[in-house]
Design a protein around this ligand. Structure first.
Ligand SMILES: [Zn+2]
Length: 242
């Protein structure tokens, strides 16, 4: 039964993606969305934030941000594969291998961030999609929010993702996409278009419950893939050379 529910969700969202692509038909030519030779030069780097020794933010019930990030990242990878989008995951499990010299958690975090950056900046045609969860001392704040780097194409991708997150996953969300602050290592150092999706607040009980549901995670992932497909031409123009 669970499998059937999941399948129904998947089909419903694939259908939604197709409807949205056609909705943008005037702005996106058929070739930009469906020409595999163009699309295949782009690579979506799916970065599940934290992991290994670094669990990230922690929900009141002890669930770590790292676990939810990975669940959303894996769903995004599956949906992306359905549409022929090339992907690279910076991690695909809870485990992270650290260099022998990294002993403290701080050293491990630094080593991990450096190795992720090496993957991002070493992949031709890369576009970074980093998945995180928010947390706040008060239980009130809620709503997914997309942050963008200063590099070309980042803001456009973030704005589109924010728009689709609201229509696909949470119509009550009034947040807009914002520029990432300079203290975020990957946002500051990635040379390609780069965004962070803060999927929601672990500190808000209702939102936390949704963030742990497979169906909601699928909606978030579908919003990202639909945004990607609708901006293929624009992203290719800024990050594929030659
Ligand atoms: Zn995080």
């Amino acid at each position: 039964m669970k499998r059937l529910t999941y399948l129904a969700f998947a089909i419903a969202f694939i259908f939604s993606i197709l409807v949205l692509i056609f909705k943008w038909g005037e702005r996106v030519s058929r070739t930009s969305a469906f020409d595999s030779s163009a699309e295949n030069r782009l690579v979506m780097i799916i970065d599940a934030g934290h992991g290994g020794a670094d669990g990230g933010a922690v929900a009141p019930d002890g669930t770590s941000e790292a676990e939810i990030n990975l669940s959303v990242a894996i769903k995004l990878d599956l949906i992306a594969a359905l549409f022929g989008t090339k992907t690279v995951l910076t991690r695909d499990s809870a485990h992270i291998d650290y260099p022998a010299g990294a002993r403290t958690i701080a050293e491990k975090k630094v080593a991990d961030q450096r190795s992720r950056l090496a993957v991002i900046n070493g992949t031709p045609g890369a576009v970074l999609v980093s998945i995180h969860q928010n947390n706040f001392p008060s239980v009130t704040p809620h709503g997914a929010q997309t942050l963008y780097a200063a590099t070309a194409g980042s803001k456009e991708l973030a704005l589109r993702i924010q728009e689709l997150l609201i229509s696909f996953a949470d119509p009550t969300n009034t947040r807009g996409a914002i520029k990432a602050t300079d203290d975020i290592y990957l946002m500051r150092n990635a040379k390609c278009p780069a965004i962070i999706l803060e999927c929601g607040y672990l500190s808000n009980k209702d939102e936390f419950n949704r963030l742990t549901e497979g169906g909601y995670q699928t909606r978030l992932a579908a919003a990202i893939e639909a945004s990607w497909l609708s901006l293929t031409k624009e992203l290719e123009a800024v990050c594929v050379k030659g």
